[in-house]
Structures are given as C-alpha cells and as structure tokens.
Ligand binder design. Sequence first.
Ligand SMILES: Cc1cc2nc3c(=O)[nH]c(=O)nc-3n(C[C@H](O)[C@H](O)[C@H](O)COP(=O)(O)O)c2cc1C
Length: 172
Amino acid sequence: MFDVLLVNFWVYIMKVWIVHDSNLGNGEILAKTLGKTFEKDMEVNIGHVKKIDPAKVVADSPDIVVVGAAVRAFMTSFTSKKWIRRLHKELKKANKTVKIGATFLTHIMPEKMVAGRGNRLNNLLAKSPNVTSVYSEYLDGRVVAAEGPFEDYVLGEVEKHAVEILKLLKKK
Ligand SMILES: Cc1cc2nc3c(=O)[nH]c(=O)nc-3n(C[C@H](O)[C@H](O)[C@H](O)COP(=O)(O)O)c2cc1C
C-alpha cells in the first residue's frame, strides 16, 4: 500500500499597479511601456486614476505602485495627487505597506522647468511610512506636442528605469 503524500506549495507572485491620468494617450503609453518590462517578472495591472480606487489597489497587496501625472496649464494633475493621498490613507487603514513606489510625469515644457513638479510628486508619494521606499527620481515623459509622440529618448529611458525598479524590489 502506498501512502499518498500531498504537498501543498505556495508560489508568491509579485504584483505591480500602475495608474495614470492620461487624456490624450501619452501617460497610458508610458504606463504600458513600464508594464512590458515588469511583466517578465510580475503581474501587471494598469488603469486610470479616475477608474481605479486606491482601496482596491491596497486590497490587492501590490509590491510596487507607480503613479503617473501630467502637467496641464502649468499644474501637476490634481487627480493624481489626490489619488496618492487616498493611497496613503488606505494603506494606513489596512496596516499594509508597498515595498516600492515610483512616479512619472508627462509634459511638454523643458525638463528643467518641470523638475520641481516631478520631485514634489515623488516626495508626496514618499510621505507615507507605508510606502517603504520610493524610487530615487520621477520618470520623465516629455512629449514633442500635446498629443504626442514622446521625445525620442523617453521610452528607452523608461525601460531602463523599470529594470532598476525591479532590481530594487529584488533587494527587498
Ligand atoms: C490643455 C493642455 C494644457 C497643457 N499645459 C501644459 C503645461 O502647462 N506645461 C506642459 O509642460 N505641458 C502641458 N501640456 C502638455 C501635456 O502635459 C501633455 O500633452 C501630456 O502628455 C498630456 O498627457 P496625456 O497625453 O497622457 O493626457 C498641456 C496639454 C494640454 C492638453
């Protein structure tokens, strides 16, 4: 008679949520470019800040959260900033942490004119102790014209940053 040995094993699947506030499609392209690099190693979820409830993201326990915003009328999207604040509240309420946070900013003005806005967006995400670490810089998405495309360098740089973000996660 044979004993049947049932072995239960549990495979941890890493997850990323990427939200953007894209109206003309640029932010969505940037989000999908990040997603393409991430999907080799993890489950990728992408959505618009107006459609994705931060509570749902927190319930999903992602390892990485990336929040995108655009500069319009000289301002960083209010909806993306509001989304970050709600993410913080929901993480606190659920007593959960996100290992890595990152941000990106699409814009048409020269990078040095928007760097302050990008850094403030990154700092806003870093404000919560429930976001364990925030990638050192916001990802820059400068477009040639409002409706796109991106400047030549942008998507290649975004892919490189995605690789670095993954390396950071693997060290955690
Ligand atoms: C109404 C409007 C106002 C904009 N104002 C600015 C601005 O003040 N500074 C800037 O750098 N880009 C500005 N842009 C360019 C946007 O940042 C750019 O189109 C961005 O990629 C939009 O993101 P989306 O394509 O994902 O909607 C503006 C675009 C629109 C449509």
